[in-house]
Design a protein around this ligand. Structure first.
Ligand code: CP
Ligand code: NVA
Length: 299
């Protein structure tokens, strides 16, 4: 039984296999007769908002021959207190796979253990594995192997997106620099577990120096709305803009997982200068997730 719960637990060979197969799904879109999800129903169980993840998974499941069922977690009895263990055991007897977006990482893990069906993490407070797979696919399409390259993450260094970057670094052989305010840096335990060449700083220019990729994410992640005022103050200055880009490799790419808040984590000019890359990242969610689904159902 294969689950994609975290990049930390995704074996390196599977990481690379998913990326390679994503390229093939992209190239063959519209011409492939392969239907690895034929006869299957997959549920998307989402407790947080989504545009890209929801639409790309629903489209991908249909293109692979399966049926997609969207379930708002709050409309389920789960939202009225039914335990996740019971929800998982019910759904596990009815459907063939689950894609879950929620708060606690432990809930995705519990669902996988109790449902006994392939389970995919579509974002938790701790990780966003599908996003980083699509990001690396996007980088490698334009620049070749990411191995030996320098990735600089600027912004909230303690949220799901940078944490998944941390678990990708050693497996894919790139250097990762995280520039974040002292109170929003990743925990030491995570860095120790991940290994690899990763540094953390509060100096955005030091992080960006010579970097091949500048990456950012929202300052106020879903679930952190009560901290919005403080975060906007603490994170002021941790922005990707044209001035910061001057420190990077002149051929550096700029990426954003979206949604973007112009004037906060990125300025409007830099966003538009790099819009082609950013929307290719969004498109690649579809191709990479078809590869993940195919991987999850193959032996
Ligand atoms: N990047 C991303 O996961 O977008 P959504 O929240 O729209 O799914
Ligand atoms: N860190 C962001 C990612 C959105 C795709 C959040 O969790 O809201």
């Amino acid at each position: 039984m294969k689950h994609l719960l975290s990049l930390e637990t995704l074996p390196q060979a599977d990481f690379k296999q998913i990326l390679q197969s994503a390229g093939e799904f992209k190239k063959n879109r519209g011409n492939s007769t392969s239907q690895p999800l034929a006869g299957q129903t997959w549920a998307l169980i989402f407790a947080k908002s989504s545009t890209r993840t929801r639409v790309s998974f629903e489209t991908g499941i249909r293109e692979l021959g399966g049926n997609a069922m969207f379930l708002n977690a709050n409309d389920l009895q789960l939202g009225r207190g039914e335990p996740i263990q019971d929800t998982a055991r019910v759904l596990g007897r009815m459907i063939h796979g689950a894609i879950i977006r929620t708060y606690a990482q432990k809930d995705v893990e519990t669902f996988a253990a109790f449902s006994k069906i392939p389970t995919i993490n579509a974002l938790t407070d701790d990780e966003h594995p599908c996003q980083i797979l699509a990001d690396i696919m996007t980088f490698e399409e334009k620049k070749g192997s990411i191995s030996g390259k320098v990735v600089a993450f600027i912004g909230d260094g303690a949220c799901n997106v940078p944490l998944s970057w941390i678990f990708a670094a050693d497996k894919m052989g790139f250097e990762l620099r995280i520039a974040a305010p002292a109170s929003l840096q990743p925990g030491q335990d995570i860095l120790r577990r991940a290994g690899g060449k990763i540094s953390c700083t509060t100096d955005i220019e030091a992080a960006a120096k010579g970097a091949d990729l500048l990456y950012t994410d929202v300052w106020v992640s879903m679930g952190k709305e009560a901290e919005a005022r403080d975060r906007l103050k603490i994170l002021a200055g941790f922005q990707i803009n044209r001035r910061l880009l001057q420190c990077a490799n002149p051929a550096a790419m700029v990426m954003h997982c979206l949604p973007a808040y112009r004037g906060n984590e990125i300025d409007a000019e830099t966003f538009e200068d790099h819009a082609d890359t950013i929307f290719t990242q969004a498109e690649n969610r579809l191709h990479v997730q078809k590869a993940i689904l195919n991987w999850a159902v193959s032996s």
